[in-house]
Each structure stands twice: as structure tokens, then as C-alpha cells.
Design a protein around this ligand. Structure first.
Ligand code: HEM
Length: 275
């Protein structure tokens, strides 16, 4: 995997170098391109699939855009979540949404079929999954539908990584903060709120300040329960180790070649997450 990550780092560096050109420095918005690079990487290491999303828009990239780069108002999102019939209305967005899911499903099916018929097996996640499945006793094997779901989950989870909250159900009746919470109550744990708690991160918790990781007092307060970008417990992120390695590999290339500064006076526009 590491050579793929390092190559991705070089691709990113080359793109930015090109943007800077002959100038000494340039103002660059980094977010959109990072997401594209992440999609390219998950395509390659996950499925041996070339999205090439920094240079072209494949049908899969298009499908992703439809699913993830939609920005409805919080009110609309709340309505949509609580009144499930809304998603069945013949509105253009929903038609595109379902068409996109179908595209992702079709491509997942195609990738699995290719792997099943392949004579030489790669080292990507899907090749390993198909191989392990074939070698398992028949009654333990994933069905075709389950294989497709796995591929779709990894394709989606490996790309859209900003989760504001995680959902859990308590397995027994509990009293929380004086309230009785009956067994099986859906509980939304707000990652956003935990990661902005001033009692852990300081009064400037809302500010983008990576240097706070150098503060020994803050570091001593951080635990696996209050820093959970990859979730926690048995359903936590499958891609954690891979992501750490990917980020380190890409950063190693980038910081050897470029210097970064925040644009003076720049302020971040906060996204509303509803939790
Ligand atoms: C910056 C990168 C990433 C972040 C911040 C992230 C974060 C998360 C979070 C918060 C969850 C929910 C965990 C929970 O409910 O406790 C999750 C689940 C998951 N992630 Fe990631 N993730 C990242 C990258 C990836 C990648 C690259 C992959 C695939 C290789 C991946 C695969 C998954 C899967 C399959 C799940 C569902 C696990 C389950 O429900 O059992 N993630 N991720």
C-alpha cells in the first residue's frame, strides 16, 4: 500500500507545484483536492480501480458527487430524516440519488465479477476478500449480496470520512444524568461536540489550532473516549490504520517540498451539523 500512498503524495505535490508555477507562493484551497486524492487511493488499494479523479470525472466520481456534495438546509435534513416518505417523492435530487446508488452498486458488482474470474490475484482489499471467501467453508462464505454490500460500504466509508456523530443503542436499561434510558434507545454520540469541549481542548476549542497537541496539559486530558475521530468500540473505523499510514506517507512527501501558512485574516465558515 505504501508505494500507492507515496505516489498519491507526489501527485498532490505536483498539482500544487504547477499551481504555484514561477511564483514564490500561492494561495491554495486544499480541501477539494484532498478528497479527490483520498478517492483515488481507496480505489487503488481497495479495488485496483483507477478513479483518476484529479484529472477526469468517471461515472463513479459523478455518483459520489451527487451523494455527498449536496448541502441541504438543516431544516430540510431534519424533515427528510423524520418523514421517510419525502425520499420517495419524484424530486430530481432523489432520482439522481437513487441512480447514483445504482451506479455504485453496478460498479461494485462488476469489480467483484472481475475478481472472481481473475487468473492473477492482486493485493488490493477486494482481491483478498474474494480469495478469503472462496477459501472459507461454504456455510461461512459471504453471499453474493453480502460481498456487494461490503464493497459498497468500503467504497463509501473510505471516501466520505467526516462523520459528525455516531449512533449506538444501549444494551440494558440505564440511568444517564438522572434520566432513565430504556434498553435499545438510539443514542447519537456527537463527535463534533466532544471534539469542541472547552474543558478538554481549552477556551479556544473552536479555533483551528494544531499546536494545541503540543500542550502537555491538553495531551494529558486526551483519552480514547474524548478523542474519537474514528469512532470507538467494536464498530469503530475499519480504515484507521490504513488512514494513519496514508496520511503519514502523503505528508512526508508534501512537507519535504512545500511550506504552508494560513492565509492571514482568513476565517473558516462553520458547517452546521445539527448535533
Ligand atoms: C480520515 C479518514 C477516516 C475517518 C476520520 C473515518 C472515520 C470513521 C468513523 C467515525 C466511523 C464510525 C465508527 C463508529 O461508529 O464508532 C467509521 C466507520 C467505518 N470506516 Fe472509517 N474513517 C476514515 C477512513 C476510512 C477508510 C479509508 C476506510 C476503508 C478502507 C474506512 C472504512 C470504514 C468502515 C468499513 C466503517 C464501518 C465500520 C463498522 O460499522 O463496523 N474508513 N469511520
Amino acid at each position: 500500500m505504501v508505494p500507492t500512498f507515496v505516489q498519491a503524495g507526489h501527485k498532490l505535490k505536483d498539482l500544487w507545484m504547477k499551481q504555484i508555477g514561477d511564483q514564490k507562493e500561492e494561495r491554495i484551497t486544499i480541501t477539494a483536492i484532498i478528497s479527490k486524492i483520498a478517492l483515488d487511493v481507496i480505489g487503488l488499494v481497495g479495488f485496483n480501480y483507477k478513479f483518476n479523479s484529479t484529472t477526469s470525472d468517471s461515472e463513479l466520481t459523478q455518483a459520489y458527487k451527487t451523494l455527498f456534495y449536496r448541502n441541504p438546509s438543516p431544516l430540510y435534513t431534519a424533515l427528510e430524516e423524520n418523514l421517510s416518505f419525502i425520499k420517495k417523492l419524484p424530486i430530481t435530487y432523489y432520482k439522481q440519488h437513487y441512480a447514483s446508488l445504482k451506479t455504485i452498486r453496478n460498479i461494485s458488482e462488476k469489480l467483484i465479477a472481475e475478481q472472481k474470474n481473475a487468473t492473477v490475484r492482486g493485493k488490493d482489499l477486494l482481491s483478498l476478500l474474494v480469495k478469503a471467501n472462496e477459501q472459507s467453508p461454504v456455510d461461512e462464505q459471504l453471499t453474493h449480496e453480502e460481498l456487494i454490500s461490503q464493497v459498497m460500504t468500503i467504497l463509501i466509508a473510505g471516501h466520505e470520512t467526516t462523520t459528525p456523530a455516531i449512533l449506538r443503542y444501549n444494551i440494558k436499561d440505564e440511568i444517564m444524568d438522572g434520566y432513565v434510558v430504556p434498553k435499545n434507545t438510539p443514542l447519537m454520540i456527537s463527535i463534533y461536540a466532544i471534539h469542541h469541549d472547552p474543558s478538554i481542548w481549552g477556551d479556544d476549542a473552536e479555533d483551528f489550532n494544531p499546536s494545541r497537541w503540543l500542550d502537555p496539559e491538553i495531551k494529558s486530558k486526551v483519552t480514547n473516549n474524548n478523542f474519537i475521530p474514528f469512532g470507538a468500540g467494536p464498530a469503530s473505523c475499519l480504515g484507521l490504520k490504513m488512514t494513519h499510514l496514508e496520511l503519514k506517507s502523503i505528508l512526508a512527501v508534501i512537507i519535504r517540498n512545500l511550506e504552508f501558512r494560513l492565509v492571514e485574516g482568513y476565517t473558516f465558515k462553520k458547517k452546521f451539523f445539527g448535533l
